[in-house]
Design a protein around this ligand. Structure first.
Ligand SMILES: [Zn+2]
Ligand SMILES: [Zn+2]
Length: 280
């Protein structure tokens, strides 16, 4: 199994790999853009060389990128939309420099303009972004909880987006257990777990599922609350994680925890240990 966590890049891309290795990750997720201002370009390059060196040393693979939270491709506000597209392209470029394979983003918020309009804008932006990008990075739409005006809380909405993107090869899905559950899909018993993935297969296709976010949920089924909880400590409990971790269809899919952090990643170690104990 490929299990890992979201790791901070505050100390550099290279350091994030060492941190990941130390807490028991086979794979890690990072933001490619730090909040910290890089002082000079050569520092950035230096960190990239360190990243590749550490990647070989730690054997952490794959490294997955998550877009910054500011990006909203569904925005009807021209300024925000243009900034989002520019930032998306920039982050993809950075991911390409790091030879990253998967780039996860939240489809977007329509902010009252409606689902249909929001989806239309997301598709338009994605087609624009992909046409300007010559990498092979697979862009992953993350399933959402439906909180606020977020788009992507029904499999149909994600399928609709994929259907309208020109280069479908470049698109996949990141399946977040907390989001899918709080949006209303039951996965806590075998029967409903199978039903949910049958639906996913029928509407989107399991071949599109490239990354899991394994998070327990502070909100109950259908609560549309996007708040992550430690594995086994929320409304999901351990069962759905046991199902996923032992599901033959998902054996080679990277699985990332985004559970609440403490300063020194102790909680991540605990959550990863619990997940590993569920593998038969
Ligand atoms: Zn996310
Ligand atoms: Zn979330």
């Amino acid at each position: 199994m490929l299990l890992g966590a979201h790791i901070s890049i505050a100390d550099g891309f290279g350091e994030s790999l060492i941190r990941g290795k130390n807490i028991g990750c086979d794979t890690i997720q990072i933001f490619v853009k730090s909040n910290i201002q890089w002082k000079a370009r050569d520092i950035e390059n230096f960190k990239i060389q360190e990243f590749f060196f550490n990647k070989r040393e730690t054997k952490i693979d794959p490294v997955i990128a998550h877009s910054s939270y500011l990006i909203n491709l569904a925005s009807s506000n021209k300024r925000i939309r243009n900034l989002s597209i520019m930032s998306f392209i920039k982050e993809l470029k950075m991911a390409k420099e790091l030879k990253i394979q998967y780039f996860i983003f939240h489809p977007g918020y329509h902010k009252g303009a409606g689902l249909k309009k929001g989806i239309k804008l997301i598709v338009k932006a994605l087609n624009q972004i992909i046409s300007k990008d010559n990498s092979r990075i697979i862009i992953l739409l993350e399933t959402t909880s439906g909180q606020g005006s977020s788009i992507g809380y029904r499999f149909e909405q994600l399928a609709d987006i994929i259907d309208k993107v020109n280069k479908k090869k470049r698109i996949g899905i990141c399946f977040d257990t907390c989001h899918v559950f709080s949006s209303g899909y039951e996965i806590r018993n075998r029967k409903d777990y199978e039903k949910t993935f049958e639906e996913f297969e029928k509407i989107i296709g399991i071949k599109r599922l490239k990354v899991f976010h394994l998070n327990d949920s502070k909100g109950d089924l259908g609560s549309i609350i996007d708040r992550h909880q430690h594995i086994g400590k929320g409304y999901l409990g351990l069962k759905p994680f046991r199902f996923i971790l032992n599901d033959k269809r998902f054996q080679n899919i990277p699985m990332i925890i985004e559970t609440p952090k403490d300063g020194d990643y102790k909680k991540d170690i605990e959550n990863l240990t619990i997940l590993r104990s569920l593998i038969k």
